[in-house]
Design a protein around this ligand. Structure first.
Ligand code: PAF
Length: 280
């Protein structure tokens, strides 16, 4: 596995692969890799000749300095996992490489989808995500980019950006990988204390219960959402939102919509977890 942190060596590798007519899959990450990331890598290996994984804890997508500082960083363990998984290139730039001269004048904004839910709770988050993913696409020039459905709103936002800006990359998504008790795999899980970790599967459980009750409530989504918030509180969470939305664009669901997604964000102590469940 080649490990590069600068732009020019990355471009050289990319040029070489292009000369050999080799296709490239990119898996963008912020590191602290788990089985969910490795499933994306495996998919990349099946779909392209070469797999590039980027690890960059992107400061501009954090709305709180303490959250950025506490984000788990495990570079040696990540490198070992990626090498064992057959990744061809790890791109691990510094902040100064991605944001030279203290920052960028240009930003990518995706209003609408970027302003709902996570966008409303974490101002600036999705502008940071869209901008850095756009840069990663320009740097790596992948034919394929692979994301997890756990960050479902992020996935829709990136698809919208790619479509709007005619980016020559195919975006593929893989289902959320879960622990045995149902907790969605996430780097943030490592920050949960023992007590919080025991409570954490309650988030997925609540989503499943609400999904199972959709028919009983005859699409009275507001009542169900309130019920879900109450259950999360009873299970030791501080809910941020629980929303039943249309899968296609995250607009509030109506009784006519068949493809739904239930999305939730909730705090356990000082750790904010998100999860979602597709219905239909
Ligand atoms: O999902 C993530 O890990 C990040 O939001 C991403 C896509 C790597 C952009 O920093």
């Amino acid at each position: 596995m080649q490990i590069v942190s600068e732009i020019e060596p990355l471009r050289q590798i990319r040029r070489h692969w292009r000369q050999n007519r080799e296709t490239v899959a990119l898996v963008p990450t912020m590191g602290n890799l788990h089985a969910g990331h490795l499933a994306l890598v495996e998919r990349g290996r099946q779909q392209a000749d070469r797999v590039v994984v980027s690890i960059f804890v992107n400061p501009t997508q954090f709305d709180r300095a303490d959250d950025l500082a506490a984000y788990p960083r495990t570079p040696e363990a990540d490198q070992a996992k990626l090498a064992a998984a057959g990744v061809h290139c790890l791109f691990a730039p510094t902040t100064a490489t991605i944001y030279p001269d203290g920052g960028l004048a240009t930003r990518v904004e995706v209003p609408g989808i970027g302003e709902l839910l996570e966008g409303a709770s974490r101002p600036g988050h999705f502008t940071g995500v869209a901008t850095v993913v756009c840069k990663l696409f320009n740097l790596v020039e992948p034919e394929l980019a692979i994301f997890g459905e756990k960050d479902f709103q992020q996935l829709l936002l990136i698809r919208r950006m790619v479509a709007d800006l005619n980016m020559a990359v195919r975006v593929e998504a893989l289902p959320t990988v879960r622990e045995e008790d149902g907790l969605a795999m996430s780097s943030r899980n490592n920050r949960l204390g023992r007590k919080e970790r025991a409570l954490a599967p309650g988030l997925h459980l609540t989503l499943r219960e609400i999904a199972a009750q959709l028919d009983d409530y005859h699409s009275d989504f507001a009542v169900l959402q309130e019920l879900a918030r109450q259950r999360l509180t009873d299970r030791g969470f501080q809910p941020d939102y629980v929303e039943i939305r249309r899968q296609r664009d995250l607009a509030p669901a109506t009784a006519d919509d068949e493809q739904l997604v239930i999305l939730a964000a909730a705090w356990l102590g000082d750790v904010r977890l998100i999860d979602n469940l597709m219905v239909g």
